[in-house]
Design a protein around this ligand. Sequence first.
Ligand code: PMP
Length: 464
Amino acid sequence: MLRKLEKSNTHFRKAVQRLPLGVSSNFRYWGDDKTIYVKRGEGARLWDIDGNEYIDYRLGYGPAILGHCHPEVDAAAREGQKVGTVYALGTEKELAVADLIHDMMPGADLVRFSNSGTEAVMAALRLARAVTGRDGYVTFEGSYHGVFDAAMWRADIENLADLNAEPEIITYGKGIPGLIRSLVWQVPYNNPTRLEDVLKKNASKIAAVLIEPILGNCCGIPSQPEAIKAIRELCTKYGVLMIVDEVKTGFRVGKGGAQEYYGVRGDIFTVAKAMGNGYPIAAVCGREDLMRHYGRGVVHGGTYTAQAMSLAAAEKTLTIMRDTPVLANIAEYGRKMQTGMSRILNARGIAHSFAGHPSMGGLFFRAAPPVNYRDWKTSDYSFYDALAANLIDRGVLCEPDSREPWFISSEHDERCLSDTLKAFESAVDVTLDQTKTGHQEKFWVTMQAEFGDKKPAAQNAAAE
Ligand code: PMP
């Protein structure tokens, strides 16, 4: 290891006595001797308590789109806080932020705030069930929609020997009631034919098709434009609601999110992460005739929804996005970084491709970019795992899991780019050497053991 992690290791040993795994999410645990604790962040960089500096490509799984500790957003949040914390009453800023969302995102006739992506998706699914009177729902292989029970089902692609066979649909870990299984259908991504097979037979039991327009937890695999349009048409044809989960893509891949990018509108959609630059806020939005059901028999609420500080932060973040070219700049950085990485990988004859939007692109060790989760399995993800460990050692904080995209903020600048590419070149060479000698250091080996997951490398997406 190039970094010293003495202080993080010491803190871990203390923390683990009070906090399971020494952290507050299973997925912040990177091994007894590799779990790091953050001292502070600024812009695109962060420092751990040992003083190691990192260029951050995780951004807390996406939110810090304007960079850590953004002075204007933080000042707005402090100002917002003067309103107070919670009153179990509304405040004026709710309307201001809802108006911004409405003006930027197509199809946001009405808006309800939540605190997290999980809560927003849960609220969206409840609304769909209430309106249709049906309990079933369809999701896509490789998707992730939060930690509530209905979302904790996944296709076991890791253990699927024949990629043309049907994967088992299993839970993310224990404690998810098996009773829910009969409500879930899951189909391969970018495959409207398979979706139609399901809808043809089961539409009378299905409330919604829940889709990430770009698989933000699976290499950033994008919808093929014709596939997402066909999915939209199938939902309309079979009278099933389309919920577009823009928790990661919203206010990231464009001002109007992925729905604007593809020219497709969900009936209901969710936004979260980037809208508050890290302050906890999310929203469920959609067609007026559906959204009016809130308060007409459909429950939605929560002590902390539309909290003043988060609303003020969201207002500032969204205003910056609306009025400046930050999102275009972020995408441009992503493209430049990918070009630089390709130059390094091509010079060494390493087959690779990039998936998804450059602001949240996946690096993938296979010549053709993936179209669905099954394609991920045909890539050299072991090489990614080893490379990620070497990158982190060299101050490039990417996700150790090959299925998480690289998130770019508006604060990633030319210096970040050259530092990243320099570290990338060195990390690739070290990884190649390790591959020859069989001495790869992989975070996953420790992490999987701790997750108690009998099926390797399977649970990470549930981290967030
Ligand atoms: N939906 C998507 C598409 C997500 O990526 C995530 C989190 N990564 C969620 C929902 C859940 O959001 P949260 O972690 O804020 O609950």
